[in-house]
Ligand binder design. Structure first.
Ligand code: PGA
Length: 249
């Protein structure tokens, strides 16, 4: 049995007051069920870890630097993230690949840093609308995975999130058949590269406009082990039903 994971990416949203959502969400989670992680903006990490202390919610960051330390004004190292008590870090989100021109090799290096600091890396891949329209999705994803995922990935420190760029924040979602095709292909790639045991154990998340009303359908796919959720993770009232749908899947 693969572990299920619901990850919330708050992006550049929220202040200390928003952390009240963690207690509300935590109270609804019960003792078992899918793993849950919230990735708030970096200035909130310390307080988020504290706010989630009495809950099952783990805390993650949204990015880390590829170097351990040095003259990188404004950047944050994986070790600093781990030092806050956070356990996860998202790497290679399409918004960073785009705005910060991150390449697969950068994401590979960031993942190695995350692992070295004891963090679980949530490695994001996803195609643009034009790739989708030209039926290039599987090739694009295979290329991103080959470049971004370092050798030595293990199930306890690696999560892959498939997020079609055209589905992020747009309300558009691929068909279930399209999601199944991509996730099955990622699974096959992982098994091919890492062997049966590890390749089968790494959780695969779908991300891009996951909402309470479409989560149940998305989680029907055998190789969808959870979701990376943006907008609908900001409020416990939206995120809790998504987690509940994952628990039932
Ligand atoms: P969304 O964002 O759920 O708001 O579409 C997903 C993401 O970018 O991780």
């Amino acid at each position: 049995m693969r572990r299920k994971l619901a990850a919330g990416n708050w992006k550049m949203n929220g202040t200390a007051a928003s952390l009240a959502e963690l207690a509300v969400l935590g109270a609804q989670l019960g003792d078992d069920g899918p793993d849950v992680v919230i990735c708030p903006p970096a200035p909130l990490l310390f307080r988020a870890v504290h706010a989630a202390e009495d809950t099952r919610i783990a805390i993650g960051a949204q990015d880390c630097h590829m170097q351990p330390k040095g003259a990188f004004t404004g950047d944050i190292s994986a070790q600093m993230i781990a030092d806050t008590g956070a356990q996860y870090v998202i790497v290679g989100h399409s918004e960073r690949r785009d705005t910060h021109k991150e390449r697969n090799a950068d994401i590979n290096a960031k993942t190695l840093m995350a692992w070295a600091s004891g963090l679980t890396a949530i490695i994001c891949v996803g195609e643009e609308l034009s790739d989708h329209e030209q039926n290039n999705t599987l090739d694009i994803i295979a290329g991103q995975l080959a470049g971004s995922l370092p050798d030595g990935a293990q199930a306890h420190n690696t999560v892959i999130a498939y997020e079609p760029i055209w589905a992020i924040g747009t309300g558009k979602v691929p068909t279930l058949e399209e999601i199944i095709a991509v996730h099955d292909s990622i699974r096959a790639t992982l098994i091919n590269r890492l062997g049966d045991e590890t390749g089968n154990a790494i959780p695969l998340l779908y991300g891009g406009s996951v909402k309470p009303d479409n989560a149940e359908t998305i989680f029907k796919a055998e190789n969808v082990d959870g979701a990376l959720v943006g907008g609908a993770s900001l409020k416990a009232a939206d995120f809790a039903p998504i987690i509940a749908a994952l628990a039932r899947s």
